[in-house]
Design a protein around this ligand. Sequence first.
Ligand SMILES: Nc1ncnc2c1ncn2[C@@H]1O[C@H](COP(=O)(O)OP(=O)(O)OP(=O)(O)O)[C@@H](O)[C@H]1O
Length: 239
Amino acid sequence: MEIIQVSNLQKAYGENQVLRGIDFKAQAGEIIGVIGKNGAGKSTFLEILMTLKPYDNGNVLLFNKELTDLSTGQLEDTRKDISVVLQPTHFYKTLKVVELLKLFKAYYNSQVPIEQIITDFNLQPHRKKYFDKLSGGWKQIVSLAIAFLSEPKMLILDEPTTGLDPHMRNLLWTYITEYNKRTGGTVILTTHNMDEVELYCNKVMLLNEGINEVFDTIEGILSTGYKSINDFYLSKVSI
Ligand SMILES: Nc1ncnc2c1ncn2[C@@H]1O[C@H](COP(=O)(O)OP(=O)(O)OP(=O)(O)O)[C@@H](O)[C@H]1O
């Protein structure tokens, strides 16, 4: 089943034409890495998929429905199937980690046991700490744990492993791949870490000069003679 279908997607900020015609598809159960240099438009693309940003031209279908055709109510229904990593806000300052997880469990009406999430994300030592007092990496982990609480059909993660130490990066990738196997959920993420893409993603979209210059499986890319996805990236993208 196709979860996302994007054709000829265009988006400009004033004179700056960032997306010049993106074609993209995601099937249920895929893990897709979106790569490209700083400023290539990866976050812009993800924000459009998250239904948070308008676009100028083209089609974006989520769960077979064109976004611009949806009423406000239908858009809200579609958003229930999408999870994104929330940015820390002032609101979080007054809550402890365990309280935050309970709050979002109730909000999402989630069946996932809080203690399971605390164990899976190694949050036991931090459960009684105020969110605001956590280090940057642990704030990120808590935000990711919250995103998984809703058991979404589609998870969109903008640079989820940036700022995480090697153990926490491993832990997150283990969680992503197990979640993907267990629920068949689709994961779309951006990263600048090409080793992670090679190890954990099924497919890669290389965003370059506003288009999807390459959109292929990892095996497909490596079979064309590149030693690694890092090698592929360095060959394809100029500084
Ligand atoms: N809200 C905005 N208003 C105006 N220009 C913007 C806005 N958001 C992004 N841009 C511009 O659009 C371009 C693409 O930015 P975007 O953040 O999507 O790239 P990116 O590939 O995610 O970059 P990075 O890897 O550095 O995070 C950049 O030139 C950026 O300055």
